[in-house]
Design a protein around this ligand. Structure first.
Ligand code: MTE
Length: 390
């Protein structure tokens, strides 16, 4: 009759011809039909792109693992592709035996592999005052989650004989030109910090610190020092420039709060999210991500009426500690305007706050640690946009 779908009725060329040979791409690349899914820089955010951010396209990702090539990037002074045969890692300061390790020295030690999220403390920074960005990629995309492989820092500190009485802090230093150094308490350093070379089953990508980076689970991204070259053991906090004038929380009384490193419990709906379009009324799977720097996600609730009523979403396994958790919930859209929200609760019982609750204690002029509930408005036309609900 000629009314059928030609994609069903006509045999495509690929069903009648020989395909390409194995190893045509020695290192596989995404389909040519997937070229729109990219990490993106927010135009005008910083003066030079070497000291900027590229955001991960959360709206296009499934599950909890961020593909290595789409991991967000944040560099203070650009990235480098460092020759691993020349890279050295040193531990000094309050230790009995200061040591310099090669990559080979490190990679023969007992390693661990763990899945963790990394979130920049400045993620969602633009939204403190008002709605500022058009998509979830820009509002929440300084967030990624990978399986990291490396040697526990505790093993290396023991190897160097750290001073158990006076060694209260460590300072981590990278090999780039940014002089970015971070203090980490010895308790945390001995707990779950990893000196990592692996990411998603392969070596770290250069943008993410190849050949060596610090993984500090639950802590803001700035402490995950990339191109890691040195750890010094000390007896007090170092108060470096990135701890004294950057990465501090402005408070409503005009004071600043230092060393707030934990990324508190947070969640966001990634589909439907701002910039997307619902094609028609009917069934949709609402999906998103939840995470907490204090442990596991216990529950995620979803509202489709701007926070008046909540339903509990399904958590997809695995639910790991200090790791992204994927949630899903069924929804039938009746075509009327709605506001979608998600609210995460972690295993400590902490509940993700509303934006006005957070502003009451933090003010509106902050940059860091905005973990407020995110609202997406679906208008009658099906267009989804970023809104704030008080
Ligand atoms: N480490 C070094 N050496 N230099 C840097 O500029 N940026 C930090 C941190 N480690 C940075 C660094 C910041 S602010 C963040 S949020 C994370 O790396 C980002 O890690 P990513 O680029 O792998 O996403």
């Amino acid at each position: 009759s000629g009314d059928g779908d030609p994609n069903i009725l006509n045999l495509p060329e690929h069903s009648t011809t020989l395909g390409q040979a194995v190893a045509t791409n020695g290192y596989g690349v995404p389909s040519k039909y997937e070229t729109n899914l990219l990490r993106r820089e927010s135009p005008g955010l910083t003066r030079v792109s070497a000291a900027s951010v590229s955001f991960a396209p959360l709206q296009g990702l499934f599950g909890i693992i961020t593909p290595s090539g789409l991991h967000f990037e944040r560099h203070h002074q650009g990235w480098h592709d460092i020759d691993p045969s020349k890279h050295r890692f040193m531990i000094n300061g309050l230790v009995k035996n200061p040591k310099v390790y090669t990559m080979d020295d490190l990679m023969r030690l007992p390693s661990v592999s763990r899945m963790h999220f990394i979130e920049c403390g400045a993620n969602t920074a633009m939204e403190w005052g008002n709605v500022a960005v058009p998509t979830v990629q820009y509002s929440h995309g300084m967030l990624s989650c990978c399986e990291f492989t490396g040697v526990p820092l505790s093993v290396l500190l023991e190897d160097c004989g750290y001073d158990k009485k006076n060694g209260k802090f460590i300072l981590a230093e990278g090999a780039d030109g940014s002089s970015m150094t971070r203090t980490i308490s010895m308790d945390r350093a001995l707990d779950d910090v990893i000196v990592a070379w692996g990411m998603n089953g392969e070596m770290l990508r250069p943008e993410n610190g190849y050949p060596l980076r610090l993984v500090v689970p639950g802590v803001q991204g700035v402490s995950w020092v990339k191109w890691l070259r040195r750890i010094e053991v000390g007896d007090k906090e170092y108060g470096t420039k990135d701890e004294a004038i950057h990465y501090i929380d402005s408070m409503p009384d005009g004071m600043y709060r230092q060393y707030t490193s934990i990324q508190e419990c947070k969640s966001v709906i990634t589909t439907p999210s701002a910039g997307q379009m619902l094609l028609d009324k009917g069934f949709y799977n609402i999906t998103g991500l939840a995470w907490s720097g204090r442990g596991k996600i216990k529950r995620v609730d979803v509202s489709v009426d701007g926070g008046r009523n909540w339903r509990t979403a399904r958590l997809e396994g695995p639910v790991n500690t200090k790791c992204l958790t994927r949630f899903n919930i069924n929804w039938v859209w009746d075509g009327s305007p709605v506001v979608l929200q998600s609210r995460a609760i972690d295993e400590t019982g902490y509940v993700q706050p509303k934006i006005n609750e957070l502003r009451a204690v933090r003010g509106t002029r902050s940059i860091y640690h905005n973990n407020a509930i995110q609202s997406w408005k679906v208008s009658e036309s099906g267009e989804v946009s970023n809104v704030q609900v008080y």
